[in-house]
Structure formats: C-alpha cells, structure tokens
Design a binder for this molecule. Sequence first.
Ligand SMILES: Cc1ncc(COP(=O)(O)O)c(C=O)c1O
Length: 413
Amino acid sequence: MKRSNRFDGESTNQVGAVGLKPGPISPAHDKLLFTPGPLTTSQTVKQALLRDYGSRDLQFVQMVRDIRRKLVELGQVSTTDYTAVIMQGSGTFGLEAVVASTIPRNGKLLIAVNGAYGRRIVKMTEILGVDLVVLEYPEDQPVRPSDIARLLAEDSRITHVCMVHCETTSGIVNPLQAAGEVVAAHGRVFFVDAMSSFGGMPIDLAECQIDYLVSSANKCIEGVPGFSFVLAKLSTFLKTKGWSRSLSLDLYGQYEAMEKDGQFRFTPPTSSLAAFYQALLELDAEGGVPARTQRYQSNFTVLLEGMTRLGFRTYLAQEHLGHIITTFHYPNHPHFDFDKFYRLLSEAGFLIYLGKVGQADCFRVGNIGRLFPSDINALIGAIERVLNEMGVDLLGDESASQLIDDKAVQPGL
Ligand SMILES: Cc1ncc(COP(=O)(O)O)c(C=O)c1O
C-alpha cells in the first residue's frame, strides 16, 4: 500500500474560508479546529480514510499489531512490560473500561479532581458501584501529591489512584511523576487520564510509575475519532482477568482476543484505525513526540503573545499554563457578546472552543492538531478583525482592564 508520510514543517491549511454555507464539505474548505479534539488533521490522514478494510483480513490485523506496538513505544517502554489495548468508542469508553474492569470488587478508587474530566470519572465510578474517595481542588489549582500521600496513609482500603494529566477544562497540567512516585511508594495502582496530553508531551510510563494510561485517536497523535487506547503495565493488568463489571468494556477480554488472533471481539473502527496508522507515520516523520511537543509549544507561545497584545487575559496564573489548550476570560466589555464572537470567527473559518470554568465565563483555544504558528497568527488576525467589527477595543477602553475575575472556588479538600 502506498502511503505518504511527507512532513512539510509548515502549515498547508487553508484559512479564511469566509462565509461557508452548510452543504457538502470540501476538504479544501475545512475550518481550522482550535479545539481539544476532534482536531484539524493532515490531508494524508484524511485520505487514509478512503479505504475498505476487512476486519479479519491479514493486512488489517497486521496494521492493528503495528499500532499497538508503536503506542507502547510512544510511552517510552517495552512490550515485555506494557501492552496497548484498543477500545472502540471515544476516550470516555477507555476510561470507563479501566474503572469497570481493573478494580477488584473490594477495591477503592481515589480520584483527584480539578476539572470536568475528573468529575466525569467520579460519575462513572459511582454508576459502576465502585467504592471511591474524591480529592477535590479549585479548577485553577494543580493536584498536590502530598494530599494523595496523606489520604493513602489514612485509608488502607484505597487500592487505585486516578489523576487527569492535562485537565482540558482549563489546560492545567498536573504533576504526573511526583504523583506516580507517591502512589508507587504506597504500593497502589496508578491510573492516568492522559487523553489530551499523550503524544503532545513526553511521558515515560515507567518513570512516572503508571499502571494504566488512557488516551484516544483524535488527540495529539492527530488521528480521527473512533477509539481510545489503554497502555497497561502487564504485571498489574494480567491479574485482572474476570474482574470486569461490563462485557463490552472488559479490558482484559479485549486484550485476550487481540493477543490470540489480533482481532477485535466486536466490530472495529477500521477507517479510524487506518487514519491513525497514517497519523503515527506522520508523527514519526515529524521527529516523534519531542518535535511535536515543540510545535505545540510554539503554537502556545504565539497564541499567548498575540492574545495578550489584544488585551485578553488567561484564566490560569502564568505558572500553571500548559501548552495543550489555553483558557481565556471573556473581556468585560459592554460590546462583547461571546455567541457573536464565536459565530463571526466560525464564518471566517476558525473554530474556537466554549468553556465555562467554575463561575468564570471563559473560552478555550487548543494548540494541538495539524496546526502551525502561522495558523495561530491567522487566528489572532481574525480575532482582531472580529473585535473591531464588534466595536470591542480592549486596550483603548478603561473598562477593558477590569476583566471578570470570579474564579471558581469549590467545596474542597
Ligand atoms: C482529559 C480528558 N479526559 C476525557 C476526555 C473525554 O474524551 P471523549 O470526549 O473522547 O470521550 C477528554 C476530551 O477532550 C479529555 O480532554
């Protein structure tokens, strides 16, 4: 099969597709997605979708094997210690598979929460009837490993600890290695939601003492939606046979089938996997995770400079900002109307992301996906034009300096 893994190093994205009408979508006119996923993908990833694959065909089975091996390598570990299990569905399905099938009936999960995705894990844990304890922080504060240590020392019934790495609600990055060290020191199992960070930030699973890491196809590896994947430490995972509370979300069952003959138990997302395989080749051609991290960091730097110049202010304090996604306060200007702001940007070909963080009115801009600093500059230019059109001058106007600052304070620790 002929594949292209060309990497240009600069944007080939079309911008400024003003006035798009609903109707058949031409790839040349795709809007740029400054979102946490689905993301803007390369033309060649999109082209990889244009194939029919038999789910039991040898070529497909081999491709799935290669994907699983490459995922383990991206985690900087070896297939003798870790495995990759692919789960149909979005990222949430992978998270729920870990909760549903890797915690024994008498187990207890400690969940560190500082955003909506942590709260979602709490919800699924409650629905599944797994015993839990929640360690909650305001959304603009990172998780503190010393708090995890305290709770583990106090409660010997806690068997597993879960933390979101990059909490996409705000973009805050929680301290992975320090948390992993604490969990391992107390002999518990460490489960990480690295949905929006894996592939866009270096993560060494062994160094961070991670037992289960979950991410999905349409995040920093820049594939299209269709599945999540779980990287599992074999010495922990192989003990979990028969523990599942669910048939379709049985992680061990899925692993066993994949190991036996390379096949999924139920219909696999063939096209999405083919696109993902192409995305992995392109990640490699770009220079792997370090090069991708650098591109996303450049996107973030250009975004922060541009938005600051326009008079916007970030929700997170400088020291907590990560490079995956950035949350900005609504400006407190009488002419600012978010719905109009969003619509005008969308009509100009740029999709930003909604986001209410706690009590603060905010919006988010993703730095990930097939986006380059030139795309970010194009977005900044469009934002400037849209603000002008709305009559919002954030720098020349006294009221602009009084931005909304009612940060979320949640009932806490
Ligand atoms: C940190 C995190 N966890 C979980 C999810 C949920 O993933 P999905 O919407 O694919 O189910 C997301 C989605 O953006 C996320 O960023």
